[in-house]
Design a binder for this molecule. Structure first.
Ligand SMILES: Nc1nc2c(ncn2[C@@H]2O[C@H](COP(=O)(O)OP(=O)(O)OP(=O)(O)O)[C@@H](O)[C@H]2O)c(=O)[nH]1
Ligand SMILES: [Mg+2]
Length: 717
């Protein structure tokens, strides 16, 4: 392949709701670009994009697949992404390196929740959008309803470039109101004829055309003047206006397609190569220090890795965008994230598993290299600069499970494989929780985790068990309590003696230190000699006061007492969970001239704390998450009542482009497998996000249950 210059390259990402036809469209594009000479299809498991075994098994995309084709003297880089929420990783990473989103809409259903979710990602990344209304040949296709849903979601930004004369079985072409021609297709291989617009359509075509002209004129003042002058714009002027509108996300041109029948593919590709932004037109990479690096072939060579994968017989593949400069085969680069040297031993343009060797690539191009040693997703490699690009930010997990190898002896291998899985897919998060004594695996949904399970079993022969994860509860107190504890042991050898008197109180941020306390008819005056404020690793604080007077306990024993208290903070007296937000005042005690030592005071501190804690209105706290649920209106009632059963507090509801958004605070304990429940409740048409908010006391009945469960667990052990 020849070397393409920056202004001969277009980078697009295909995104859209699950099953809308992205992979089929990618196949048609590969065919039109002559990368393949026959089109496969998803059901026959022979597409160039869904080439992995697991994708073929499920007949859907699971990973993003970088593809390229040469078309109209351009190199068109296309990343086909999965539509299902569970695999959003592939969309988000692709979005970082692509310059335009082609949003595929299924004409059977119009804009779906998945479309909304994905277009929000496009918005966050400020990426231009071109809309491909696909499956117009399907018997359930509905053009009017689809256009209406586009208007509802995107307002006047959606601007029709083409419309079909008939849909379903009879779909064999469209009127193009930019070219003002009627295109018909005589076979399923994209063979098209350009015709005049039928007289009967003249009026409708003119209406759509005028809307297009008005939209194009809006983006540029000089065009606006021409439009006012002549009441019309030429094709070139429309294109100029549209390209400005696309770039600023104020125009989302709408195209008609049947990817399956290869109708409309070429026209869409023509438009992309002619009108979509070039890599150097807008997509600026920003370094962690805020420097904006332009896409310039004359700059220092620098690449950003957006995806890695492991392929049999080859090893690790690293997919990148050339951010700046020109890279050449054999070039040495420095990994800015870990200061290690890497060599670009070979460079490829890839189309699924097909790889074409190239000798160099210029700024803006997307490519692939192999055998990098220490380079992972989100890393920058440089030759001659010290740029480190802002990493791709992946969404918070929304499915959480505990995991272990069925065969215990494989635990270590499992942990290594899970670590590797995270590197390939950063939305898979694995963490051994010391607190819960479980390995917790988090991802975007149950299916996401099940695919991982499948891969572990089929590719690595490791079978895993997935089970409900424990909840990281916290314990705290709600009132003041006192306790004295004497630790004394005098049997044989050296004795042990330590006695401490403490007060414990809830810690409230900003509250003054307690100098005087009236408690059960008695008055305590504290003279504070020391104060330690400990920020606990698990959140919240412990404030430790030394208020010993008259030397009843030597200062040297104070750290031992604190150590004893911390032991109980780490394994709370109620359920063994971490304790937080507590003040302890050590105000008196006793020593023995011979038998007192650190161990004695540690034990005395620990037990005094435990006794006081139990008298201080102890409460279990649970993690609460902010949950946003995006749901079609018809399922709103079901989703709301289900939420109520999950002890949710509904904080708000709003409408968003024809869908409803429910905002709620929900205990983590009630969110186990929520993605699965929501999906079955709404036939897969809803989605949600969740993010940790804070800790809150559990209701009395829940506390009761937890205490009983802990008691039973203790007995078992
Ligand atoms: N009738 C018709 N069916 C289509 C068309 N495009 C795709 N399909 C079918 O729709 C189903 C899904 O197509 P895919 O190309 O896998 O859709 P996708 O958007 O890649 O799906 P995910 O990767 O799972 O998000 C397959 O059965 C296709 O054959 C089309 O233009 N017309
Ligand atoms: Mg697909």
């Amino acid at each position: 392949m020849k070397t393409y210059t920056t202004n001969q390259i277009k980078n697009i990402v295909l995104l859209g709701s699950a099953g809308s036809g992205k992979t089929t469209l990618a196949e048609a594009m590969m065919f039109e670009g002559k990368v393949i000479d026959r089109r496969g299809n998803v059901d026959a498991k022979n597409t160039i994009s869904d080439y992995t075994e697991v994708e073929q098994l499920y007949k859907r995309s699971i990973y993003s697949t970088p593809l390229y084709t040469e078309y109209n003297a351009h190199k068109l880089n296309i990343i086909d992404t999965p539509g299902a929420d569970d695999f959003v990783n592939g969309v988000i990473s692709a979005m970082k390196v692509a310059d335009t989103c082609v949003l595929s809409i299924n004409a059977q259903s119009g804009v779906e929740i998945g479309t909304r979710t994905l277009s929000r990602w496009a918005e966050r990344n400020q990426k231009p959008v071109i809309i491909a209304v696909n499956q117009l040949d399907h018997e359930k296709a509905n053009w009017e309803a689809t256009v209406e849903s586009l208007k509802q979601s995107f307002g006047n930004r959606s601007v029709v470039i083409q419309y079909p004369l008939s849909v379903g079985n009879g779909f064999n072409g469209f009127v193009d109101v930019l070219k003002m021609k009627y295109y018909t297709f005589s076979d399923d291989n994209g063979t098209r004829t350009e015709n005049d617009i039928p007289a009967a359509e003249a009026e409708r075509a003119a209406e759509y055309h005028n809307a297009l002209v008005e939209s194009a004129a809006e983006h540029d003042e000089s065009l606006m003047e021409i439009f006012f002058d002549k009441g019309e714009l030429s094709e070139d002027e429309i294109l100029k206006g549209l390209s400005l509108g696309i770039k600023t996300r104020s125009a989302f041109p709408v195209f008609c397609l049947s990817a399956k029948k290869d109708i409309g593919t070429k026209r869409l590709m023509d438009f992309i190569t002619n009108v979509a932004p070039y890599p150097n037109n807008g997509n600026v990479f920003v370094t962690e220090t805020g420097e904006e690096v332009p896409c310039d072939a004359n700059g220092p060579a620098s690449i950003f890795v957006y995806k890695t994968s492991v392929e049999q017989h080859i090893g690790e593949l690293s997919y990148f965008r050339v951010v700046s400069g020109v890279i050449k085969e054999g070039m040495d680069m420095l990994n800015a994230n870990n200061d290690t040297k890497e060599r670009l031993s070979s460079l490829f343009a890839t189309a699924g598993k097909k790889r074409e060797k190239v000798t160099e690539m210029v700024a803006g191009d997307l490519g692939c290299t192999v055998k990098l040693k220490n380079t992972k997703t989100n890393h920058t490699l440089n030759a001659g600069s010290d740029w480190k690009f802002v990493p791709i930010k992946f969404p918070d997990p929304k499915f959480r499970t505990a995991v272990k190898a069925k065969n215990e002896s494989e635990d270590e291998k499992l942990s290594e494989l899970l670590h590797r899985a995270h590197q390939e897919d950063p939305t898979l998060i694995v963490e051994y929780s010391k607190e819960l004594k479980q390995t917790i695996l988090s991802g975007q949904g149950e299916h996401h985790i099940n695919i991982l399970k499948w891969e572990l079993l089929n590719n690595h022969k490791i079978d895993i068990d997935l089970f409900a994860p424990k909840i990281p509860y916290r314990e705290t107190i709600t009132k003041t309590a006192l306790a004295d504890y004497r630790h004394k042991k005098q049997s044989g050898g050296a004795g042990q003696f330590g006695e401490v008197h403490i007060v414990i109180e809830p810690h409230i941020e900003g509250a003054p230190d307690t100098a005087l306390l009236k408690f059960e008819g008695k008055e305590f005056k504290f003279s504070l000699r020391g104060k330690e404020e400990i920020n606990l690793d698990w959140g919240g604080k412990l404030i430790y006061y030394n208020s010993i007077v008259g030397g009843s306990i030597d200062a040297r024993f104070m750290p031992a007492i604190l150590k004893g208290i911390m032991e109980k903070m780490e394994e709370g007296p109620l359920t063994g969970s971490y304790a937080r937000d507590i003040r302890v005042i050590v105000y008196d005690g006793k020593m023995h001239p011979v038998d007192s030592n650190e161990l004695s005071f540690r034990l005395a501190g620990r037990n005094a704390f435990k006794d006081a804690f139990k008298k201080a209105g102890p409460k279990i706290m649970e993690p609460i998450y902010n949950v946003n649920i995006y749901v079609p209106s018809e399922y709103m009632g079901d989703v709301m009542s289900d939420m109520q059963n999950r002890r949710a507090i509904i904080e708000g509801m709003e409408s968003d482009g024809g869908f409803e958004v429910i905002k709620a605070r929900v205990p983590l304990a009630e969110m186990y497998k929520y993605s699965t429940s929501l999906s079955s409740l709404t036939s897969g048409s809803a989605t949600f996000t969740m993010k940790f908010a804070d800790y809150q006391q559990v209701p009395a009945d829940v506390q009761e249950k937890l205490l009983k469960a802990y008691e039973a667990e203790e007995k078992d052990e």
